[in-house]
Design a protein around this ligand. Structure first.
Ligand code: NAD
Ligand code: ZN
Length: 604
């Protein structure tokens, strides 16, 4: 049984954080299953998000009916009516749980003194006084037969005589109970020693139960803090799991694209060929076009086709995707013939996500991450009306979810068809044109200066970079030429990061956006303006562009943040490991410390 509480006090939502493309809790579940030691493995949780995540991955989950004080209570409720002899508790935040430790604990129930054991647990040697004296590390002392005598957050024993060599042990959160012991625990009230130390297993000792300990030397990584998560992601990569995938990715591209001023006219005939009987096309159109007949007249609604106007005032959210899907499903019995997104990055990302969730059960939040989507999406078409994000070519759709801001990155995400008509971008206001255009410029800078650079991303990145310089610093282009070129720069910029990564500006901009809701384009500009130490010559160019177009970059955003807000911002930024690794290399953590990041944010 893996108890999984959603709200952890030190690191809220940690079990749903991304660990090498899967949430921590899924990793723990899979690790427990892979040991092949159990007849059944269940996650027991208070959270519907965790519940549906596990079910989605084909695992077994149980919702607890009652609020619980502890993980043991939670699993006791779950096993009360099950016919089991031994119940093993694996902590949800131990994704590297391995066979060896669990096997040792289970073996105790077959030993000579097995009939004396009410429950068994694990301990590991510790030597570092910093760890011994750390109250977050629970120590245990045992008798000569390894039965636990006491658990404490204090160093036990106290080393009054420094000449006596004592072995200190740290308690590891794996327990195996006889069912009776677990049920007793559930029914017996907490006493003062347990309450004072906040250590569950003291209750057994207080009621005279016998806890036998096994020693293990395997050091897993528990996920208690954002730093642990970073370490864990690194450990996973070292196991080569994602390194392999990332190195030679088999990358889908947009298979069909039509380009040119006026090409939007083609949309109707393109769609006609894709229409399935009575299944409608759903158009998701930026609200800014509500009264724009030139655009609306070209959207020929047929039969039961539906047009939804959507505001791009805020970054797209997983709940918004779920809502649109619900609306479509409640109105139509047939799966739509297609989803057409007409707008900027916000609307394009929504269109991609809606087309995915129409064929994949659950919430959009369940698919934030790498390659979590199982079924092919509904046919989807992207028609950008502002250039720069590269969302029209990319393999991701960036969404803000309940606990993270992360794309649905999958082979099914890219559009089946894109229409690139520069005429559609004619009405974009100057500031917005600049912010979104700079997204493209920054994609190129981050890709071209990154450690992941390769000939594929370089060839696209250099072209887009040159186009940006021509558009934003040159003087020779007509307005129409400039719009057409920016459309292609956006495309190439998107292709460039497909086979590499973005960098410092994007990592920090995600932090701003998560905490303050700052939109992507302007957020990148706010950050990039202060990144001269990382991208010296390009920040100079950027500043020239700002002056040339008389753009105002907001300042003072972080001046009045609370400590909690600032820390969340730092956590979100630091969790984007691949971006930092691309920008600063493998040892990025020594370069970009929390303190340095804090100082940078405080400048903004
Ligand atoms: P946007 O879609 O948020 O639109 C910005 C503003 O411009 C909105 O007010 C919109 O109504 C308006 N607008 C759009 N077209 C217009 C037109 N033709 N005339 C007048 N106004 C128009 O802006 P964006 O910068 O294109 O997109 C930002 C979003 O893109 C963010 O949510 C970001 O996360 C996402 N993004 C996605 C990817 C990806 O690969 N999927 C990459 C980068 C950014
Ligand atoms: Zn971007």
């Amino acid at each position: 049984m893996i108890p999984a509480r959603y709200g952890a006090s030190r690191f809220p939502g940690k079990l749903m954080q991304d660990l090498g493309g899967k949430p921590v809790i899924v990793r723990t579940y899979e690790a427990a299953k892979e040991t092949n030691l159990f007849d059944e493995v269940f996650v027991v949780t208070d959270s519907e998000i965790i519940f549906s995540e596990i079910e989605q991955q084909g695992g077994k989950a149980i919702m607890s009916k009652i609020e619980h004080e502890s993980g043991s209570d939670r699993i006791a409720e779950a096993v009360e009516d099950m016919d089991v002899d031994i119940v093993v508790n694996v902590q949800g935040d131990e994704p590297f749980t391995n066979r060896e430790g669990l096997e040792q604990v289970l073996k105790l129930f077959k030993g000579d003194d097995a009939d004396k054991i009410d429950l068994a647990s694990l301990m590991t040697e510790i030597h570092d006084w910093k760890e011994i004296s750390d109250p977050n590390c629970v120590k245990v002392i045992v008798d000569k037969d390894n039965f636990a005598q006491y658990f404490s957050r204090s160093p036990i024993p106290y080393p009054r005589d420094k000449n006596i060599a004592v072995q200190y042990y740290k308690h590891k959160g794996i327990y195996a109970f006889r069912k009776q012991a677990l049920m007793d625990f559930y029914r017996l009230p907490m006493r003062t020693l347990e309450a004072a130390e906040k250590i569950e297993c003291i209750r057994y000792l207080e009621y005279g139960k016998n806890i036998k300990m096994a020693v293990t030397n395997v050091q897993g990584i528990e996920i208690d803090t954002p730093e642990d998560l970073i370490r864990a992601n690194k450990a996973l990569r070292q196991k080569n799991e994602i390194a392999v995938n990332n190195k030679y990715r088999n990358f889908p591209m947009v298979p069909k694209v039509v380009f040119g001023a006026g090409s939007f006219d083609q949309l109707s005939s393109i769609l006609a060929a894709q229409r399935k009987d009575k299944a409608p096309f759903i158009f998701l159109v930026d609200e800014v076009f509500k009264n724009n007949n030139e655009i609306l007249d070209h959207i020929n609604l047929h039969f039961n086709d539906k047009l939804l106007f959507i505001s791009a005032d805020e970054e797209p959210k997983t709940v918004q995707v779920d809502q649109i899907v619900k609306e479509i499903k409640s109105e139509f019995t047939n799966k739509p013939s297609g989803i057409i997104g007409i707008g900027g990055g916000t609307i394009l990302d929504l269109a991609k996500a809606v087309s995915i969730i129409l064929t994949n059960k659950g919430s959009a939040a369940d698919y934030q991450g790498w390659d979590l989507v199982k079924n092919k999406a509904v046919y989807h078409v992207g028609v950008p009306t502002i250039s720069g994000t590269g969302a029209e070519v990319s393999r991701t759709t960036v969404l803000t979810g309940p606990i993270k801001k992360l794309g649905i990155n999958s082979d099914f995400t890219p559009f089946d068809q894109v229409v690139l008509d520069p005429n559609l971008t004619a009405g974009v206001a100057k500031n917005q044109w600049f912010y979104t255009g700079m997204d493209c410029f920054i994609h190129c800078v981050e890709s071209l200066n990154g450690t992941f650079l390769n000939a594929f991303s370089q060839s696209y990145g250099e072209k887009a970079y040159d186009l940006c310089k021509e558009i934003f610093l040159g003087n020779s282009l007509s307005e129409a030429e400039s719009r057409a070129k920016l459309m292609m720069a956006s495309w190439h910029g998107g292709m460039s990061i497909a086979y590499s990564q973005v960098g410092v500006a994007h990592a920090m901009s995600y932090g701003l956006s998560y905490v303050l809701g700052t939109k992507h384009g302007i957020g990148n500009c706010i950050v990039f303006d202060h990144l001269e130490e990382f991208y010296p010559k390009d920040v100079v160019l950027f500043k020239q562009m700002v002056v040339k177009y008389n753009i105002e970059i907001p300042t003072g955003l972080c001046a009045n943040l609370t400590d909690t807000q600032l820390n969340t911002m730092i956590d979100i930024a630091l969790s984007l490991v691949p971006l930092w690794e691309n920008a600063l290399g493998e040892n990025w953590e020594t370069i970009m410390t929390r303190e340095r990041l804090r100082e940078l944010y405080l400048k903004m």
